[in-house]
Structures are given as C-alpha cells and as structure tokens.
Design a protein around this ligand. Structure first.
Ligand code: NAD
Length: 217
C-alpha cells in the first residue's frame, strides 16, 4: 500500500501493460487517471477499476500531441488537485519491415508516439512536481532499445532515445526518484510487437531480458 493519498497518471492505460499498472496502483490505494488515445476503452478500464471499489477515472490523451499532454495533466490537476506519479507507458511497435522499404511516415509516427510522447508528458507534469518538491516518473522502455531489433529500426531507435532521455532527466533532476523499468516481453504484447522478428531472435531477446529488470542510472 502507498503511504498516503497519491494520484497517478498512466499513459496507454486502456489495455496491456498500462492497464495492469493502473490496476496495481489502484489496488495499492492510488487514484489513477487511465489515459489513452482510445477514450472508449480507457473509460471501460477506469470503470472496471472503479467497480472493484478503487479510485479511477478516464482521460483522453494523444501523447504525440504536446497540447493534448498539457490538457491531460491540467484535467487531472483540476479534478484531483495534485499529481504524484506519471507512468510513461504508451507506445507502439509499429511496422516491422526492411529499412530499404520502410515508409517515412511510419518512421515519424513511431518516433512521435514512443519518443516525443515521453518528452511531452514529462514536460507537462514537471512544473507541478517541481513546485511541490516531489513526484515520480516511470518511463517504460524495452530491451529493443538496447539491442536493436531486426526490421524494427524505428521502434529500436525510439526506445533507445527513451533510455537516454531518461538518463538526461535523471542527471538534470539530481536523482529525485526516477526509475526506468525494462519489462520482458508479455505473452500477447510480445507476439504483437515482435511478430516481424524470427523465432530465433525472439528467443535470444528473451534470454537477454530479465523480468522486471531495474536499471538505475
Ligand atoms: N508487450 C511487450 O512485450 C513489451 C515489451 C517491452 C516494452 N514494452 C513497452 O510497454 C509499453 C506498453 O506495451 P503494451 O504491449 O502493453 O502495448 P499495447 O499495444 O497493449 O497498449 C498500448 C496502449 O497505448 C495506447 N496508445 C497508442 N498510441 C497512443 C498515443 N498516441 N497516445 C496515448 N495512448 C496511446 C493504445 O491505445 C493502447 O491502449 C510500450 O511502451 C511498449 O513499447 C512492451
């Protein structure tokens, strides 16, 4: 259980890892903002959490749009008066394809969501957290950003950027509680995300990825 009342904003929380994080934080006593591009599914997920007697509400959010990130943070602050935890989880693997055939607009779309989105959401919450003198930001990354997946240059590049954006924020903010968690592939998400890679590569990646590895940098 969390020591006192905390408000958490989880991006991409309508399903998958984000929904699991939202559910867990709510069980631990946090009030969770279930933020997602898919507003209908975010509303259903928030309702599922609330039906179990926890505190949750949906927020529409496109992490690739800085105005949307600011509006989502403002909506949480207007409703709850505080924001203690940001989990930057929203992300897409996008198309898996050889680089010579890779569409430029797909490259940009993946970078915008996976890399720019982390920056926009951090930028939107930090004034509030710095003013209060406390806050936690968790950036969900992937081993793909350390190893580089074949045929997934955009995703691997974006996630590598998240690793180093995280380090940069950490150094600037003086180690005020940032953690970067690198989950190993989930059964469903892994198949969806890494379907363009060979089985041998997926097996090798799994061998490189420890569940719930914590990288302190
Ligand atoms: N699933 C895995 O095996 C795995 C492994 C390593 C890292 N990750 C990372 O974990 C995170 C979550 O992965 P997942 O498998 O749960 O994904 P998922 O596809 O199940 O869910 C992603 C959620 O993000 C939302 N989303 C997509 N674009 C958005 C945007 N522009 N703004 C706001 N929300 C948006 C989707 O609507 C969806 O609800 C991602 O950042 C992914 O890179 C996943």
């Amino acid at each position: 259980m969390l020591p006192d009342r905390r408000v958490a904003l989880i991006t991409g929380a309508a399903r998958g890892i984000g929904a699991a994080i939202a559910g867990r934080l709510a069980r631990d006593g946090a009030c969770v903002a279930v933020a997602d591009l898919d507003e209908a599914e975010a509303a259903r997920e928030a309702e599922r959490i609330a039906t179990a007697g926890r505190s949750a509400f949906p927020v529409g959010l496109d992490v690739a749009n800085p105005a949307s990130a600011r509006a989502a943070v403002a909506a949480v602050l207007e409703r709850e008066g505080q924001l203690d935890i940001l989990v930057n989880n929203a992300g897409i693997a996008g198309l898996a394809s050889p680089v010579a055939e890779y569409p430029e607009d797909e490259w940009r779309r993946i970078l915008a969501i996976d890399l720019d989105g982390v920056f926009y959401c951090c930028k939107a919450v930090l004034p509030h957290m710095l003013e209060r003198g406390s806050g936690r930001i968790v950036n969900i990354a992937s081993i793909s950003g350390k190893e580089g997946n074949p045929n997934m240059a955009a995703y691997s590049s974006a996630i590598a950027g998240v690793h180093f954006q995280h380090r940069s924020h950490l150094r600037h903010l003086g180690g005020s509680g940032y953690v970067l968690k690198l989950p190993s592939s989930t059964r469903s998400g892994g198949r969806r995300a890494y379907g363009g890679c060979t089985r041998a590569w997926r097996t090798w990646m799994a061998s490189r990825s420890t569940r719930s590895r914590l990288m302190s940098c």
